[in-house]
Write a protein that binds this ligand. Structure first.
Ligand code: ADP
Ligand code: ASP
Ligand code: MG
Length: 411
């Protein structure tokens, strides 16, 4: 039997009614002749609640216990989805990550998938089971502890299962009917894209378009998984949604395909750092060891042997970064102060057409200046330009850039 992977995000399983709705879609694909692997998220809001409990209990928590707590939301929906399918006479059972077992690294809170053995689930399909419902977001470490894959990780669970089982397609059901030129919550001028290239989706995801977890796009690209994003609320339509595909499969090329915004950025500045060989390693080594995801880095010109060093990292890692640098200072790292600015947002424009078209950066800067928005940090790559700005300008910046690059006319 061909295998299909269907992933339902938090809003798609937020109530028992919605679980029934999702289960009906699964039932339809079973009737179409598929063995289905369903990946479920926790009910919407549940993971945030659990993350909040952990932070309140222990600010610099033990990440192994964080995972024990925050992985639990998916256990509930996996069981409920299996029960709902059984009630519809569809042979189904649930699997928690460790039962598969979905093996991961031991990087708690942001573990990576190492292997998904297929024998257990395949054997059950062989015995007549039609649907394997798997709790997304979670796995098991080599030490036998429960791990989680980072926020939005169920997307990655889904793509990894699609790769492991050589699925015909991986359908990501969510609360929007596809990937848009920007977050449709920020502007109603956002247009749904019929197709988007893996590389562009990868950038958009890593720059804040949380419709897909970055790692899921990476895996889909590497294992050539046919990946689709679609709404679990719309009527059934086999051609619905957005296909994430290879660049060659997109006929018309655009210079800019999308604008992404991330409000979960912090700008960290180390003042009066001794400007000498090895200083960057002395700063970013301890940050890497503490698991801090440093993104942009700027070193200012030096004045009498001292300089300022600025970097950005996710807001929820600020406490850890402060601790790592305070420890490094105690051990001899020479700087005056660490200033954390948690009131910034990262705004990015992304498009593979930028490779061959110049002038995108200057246009972006001009648009922002016309809106009176000050740029604090800039970073570029081949197919994206990102800036940090005051967070209060997030919507304004996205809307102005979306207009300026005529993304409302993309469809
Ligand atoms: P789920 O719970 O189903 O995983 P998420 O909330 O993680 O859903 O992701 C879907 C959300 O992503 C949408 O509601 C939308 O607000 C947001 N989003 C951000 N950028 C985009 C974009 N470019 N296209 C579509 N959705 C986007
Ligand atoms: N429930 C987890 C989260 O909210 C994983 C997911 O939904 O993808 O991040
Ligand atoms: Mg998500």
């Amino acid at each position: 039997m061909p295998v299909l992977v269907m992933k339902f995000g938090g809003t798609s399983v937020a109530t028992l009614d919605r679980i029934r709705r999702a289960a009906k879609r699964v039932g339809r694909e079973v009737a179409n002749g598929y063995d289905v692997i369903v990946i479920v998220s926790a009910m919407s809001g549940e993971t945030n609640k659990l993350v909040g409990f952990v932070g309140e209990t222990s600010p610099l928590y033990d990440a192994r216990e964080y995972d024990a707590v925050v992985s639990s939301g998916e256990n509930v929906t996996a069981g409920l989805m299996a029960l709902t399918l059984q009630e519809m006479d569809v042979p189904a059972r649930s699997w928690q990550g460790w039962q598969v077992p979905l093996q991961t690294t031991s990087a708690h809170g942001q573990a990576r998938i190492v292997d998904i053995p297929t024998d257990n689930i395949s054997a059950k399909f062989g015995e007549g089971m039609k649907v394997a419902v798997v709790a997304g977001f979670q796995g098991i470490s080599p030490e036998g502890r429960i791990t989680t894959l980072g926020r939005g990780g169920s997307d990655t669970t889904a793509v990894a299962f699609a790769a492991a089982f050589d699925a015909e397609r991986c359908d990501i059901y969510t609360d929007v009917d596809g990937v848009y030129t920007t977050d449709p919550r920020i502007t109603d001028k956002a247009q749904k894209l019929e197709k988007i290239a893996f590389e562009e989706m990868l950038e958009l995801a890593s720059l804040g378009a949380k419709v897909l977890q970055t790692r899921s796009v990476e895996l889909a690209m590497r294992y050539k998984v046919k990946l689709r994003v679609l709404s679990s609320f719309e009527e059934y339509d086999p051609n619905a949604g957005t296909l994430i595909c290879a660049e060659e499969d997109i006929v018309e090329s655009r210079v800019v395909s999308g604008v992404a915004a991330s409000r979960e950025e912090a700008k960290m500045t180390l003042t009066s750092v001794a400007d000498q060989p090895g200083i960057a390693a002395a700063i970013f080594g301890p940050l890497a060891d503490a698991g801090i995801n440093v993104d942009m880095i700027v070193q200012n010109i030096s004045d009498e042997g001292r300089t300022d060093m600025t970097f950005s990292c996710p807001t929820d890692q600020v406490k850890r970064a402060e601790k790592a640098l305070a420890d490094a200072k105690a051990a001899g790292l020479d700087f005056a102060e660490l200033i954390a600015d948690t009131g910034v947002a990262k705004i990015s424009v992304v498009g593979i057409g930028m490779r061959s078209q110049s002038g995108v950066a200057s246009k972006m800067f001009k648009v922002l200046s016309e809106e009176g928005i000050n740029i604090k940090v800039i970073a570029t790559s081949e197919i994206k330009i990102s800036v940090l700005v005051d967070r209060k300008y997030t919507e304004l910046a996205v809307q102005a850039l979306h207009d300026a690059f005529e993304l409302d006319k993309v469809a």
